[in-house]
Design a protein around this ligand. Structure first.
Ligand code: SF4
Length: 470
């Protein structure tokens, strides 16, 4: 188990982890490499090529602007939404990129606009469809640096030529952990042998790198950013950016619900869960601050189910703050343990396996988190995660206009309900079930391989071509 819970839950900006966060991080890393090689000052021109899905849906997913910001050295976890607007406006006005501005003592000014990027939507590089190449040239036109990166989902990036190194490092890191696992079977075995839960196995592995206070504070921070994301959405009005004229619904729903359910009557749990998912995803579509969980497109599911866990589960109303934070930590750790299984055995990238890898994985993780805090045995938690994914198999990625809005926003609310139902179903049983989580994860991976590329974040099939944009 090399992937940390903090890799799966990362603070970033919307609207997409693979198409916004990953490309920004790749461009920023390229700028850092230029600086560390002493080549930043002598760079006089750059070239950026985007391949496959990044080129096909880059406009709607904010890829081009993310690359521009990354070239200036902005990082997705620290850039402020207000800074984004100012920097992009300046670049558009001047046609100049301040290359390496945030990663070097002084930037190098380069004439470069979004229109100068080369888009190759029909070319898919062998390692992954989300490929991008960055080149820097000196005044004689000699190449100073030429690097290709892949955004492999959830904001993770891999540089070409380091794929094997990354795989080796992951394997080494697996063995550093006290309870290494890459499959559900291994995770269950640790639980059975040591009388542990999914959450306690994940916590024990996290303690290799951080002390327990740091882990718990980090998880509280993640939850607070999720809450802040929802709250920010409730203050906005009008339509979402991108030209589809999708109306923001969360503020109006919030007002109506607050009036009709001031005391949080449990019969309204579904409406509140829907609202949280909708709000988080509207904020993501706005390009606001969001936690990838495990991706941006699926960012609303875990906060919505976590909201259910902290408001509608037995005893929730009587918890003190410490008890509540302990429940939140257990939820995120168990969800993270399941996220590791998807990352290790399949993919969380919509461009690689369709929406089943994004919304399906998030729903499965959320189901595990909820089953954990409801007191499920490891077998029941595994069953909850399995049920949630089983009923998301085959889910395609066909966003209208290449924007992370339709079907993405409502899909998060539906998937949150599926997660809650999956946890409830698992808890009605004794953990004994027919299909294992590993089997459903492998099925998701193989289904994704067989899926036409039209349905893998290219906006070339499904709703993206059957609904007229207006
Ligand atoms: S359809 Fe699913 S995978 Fe595709 S952009 Fe929307 S949320 Fe992401």
């Amino acid at each position: 188990m090399a992937v940390s819970v903090f890799d799966l839950f990362k603070v970033g900006i919307g609207p997409s982890s693979s198409h916004t966060v990953g490309p920004m991080r790749a461009a920023q890393t390229f700028a850092q490499h230029l600086e560390s090689k002493g080549a930043l000052e002598t760079t006089t021109a750059i070239a950026v090529d985007l391949y496959g899905s990044l080129a096909a849906t880059g406009a709607g997913h904010g890829t081009f602007t993310a690359v521009m910001l990354g070239l200036e050295g902005y990082a997705p976890d620290t850039v402020l939404p207000d800074e984004v607007e100012v920097a992009l406006e300046r670049m558009q006005q001047t046609g100049v990129v301040r290359l390496g501005d945030r990663v070097a003592p002084a930037p190098t000014l380069i004439d470069f606009r979004i229109e100068d990027m080369t888009q190759r939507p029909l070319t898919v590089l062998p390692f992954h469809t989300n490929g991008m190449t960055f080149k820097a040239f000196d005044e004689r036109g000699e190449t100073l640096l030429d690097e290709t990166y892949f955004s492999v989902g959830g904001g993770f990036i891999v540089r070409e030529g380091t794929e094997d190194v990354v795989a080796d490092r992951l394997e080494e890191a697996v063995n550093e952990k006290p309870f290494p696992f890459t499959t559900g079977a291994e995770l269950l075995e640790h639980c059975e042998r040591n009388d542990m839960t999914f959450a306690s196995v994940m916590l024990a592995n996290e303690l290799v790198k951080r002390d327990e206070t740091e882990v718990r504070e980090g998880l509280t921070h993640i939850w607070r950013v999720m809450e802040g994301c929802k709250d920010a959405a409730l203050t906005r009005t009008g339509v979402l950016p991108g030209g589809l004229n999708v109306r923001r619904r969360a503020p109006e729903w919030h007002r109506k619900l607050s009036e009709s359910d001031p005391d949080r009557n449990p019969i309204f749990w579904q409406e509140w869960v829907n609202l949280v998912a909708l709000a988080v995803n509207e904020e993501n579509a706005t390009g606001g601050r969001v936690v990838t969980a495990p991706t941006n497109g699926a960012a609303g599911i875990i906060p919505a189910v976590l909201f259910y866990a902290t408001h509608y589960t037995p005893g929730a109303r009587t918890w003190n703050e410490e008890e509540k934070q302990a429940v939140i930590a257990d939820f995120l750790l168990a969800a993270g343990a399941v996220g590791v299984l998807y990352k290790e055995q399949a993919s969380i990238s919509g461009a690689e396996v369709g929406c089943q890898g994004e919304v399906g994985s998030a729903s499965s993780m959320a189901a595990a988190g909820l089953a954990q805090v409801l007191g499920g045995s490891p077998q029941q938690v595994e069953n909850a995660a399995e049920i949630a994914m089983e009923h998301n198999l085959g889910l395609t990625c066909d966003p209208i206009g290449g924007l992370v809005q339709i079907p993405c926003i409502e899909r998060n609310a539906i998937a949150a309900s599926k997660a809650i139902n999956a946890a409830k179903m698992a808890l009605m049983g004794d953990g004994d079930h027919h299909v294992t989580l590993d089997e459903v994860i492998i099925t998701m991976r193989e289904t994704g391989k067989d899926m036409s590329s039209k349905y893998k974040e290219t906006a070339m099939g499904g709703l993206a071509v059957n609904v007229i944009e207006c």
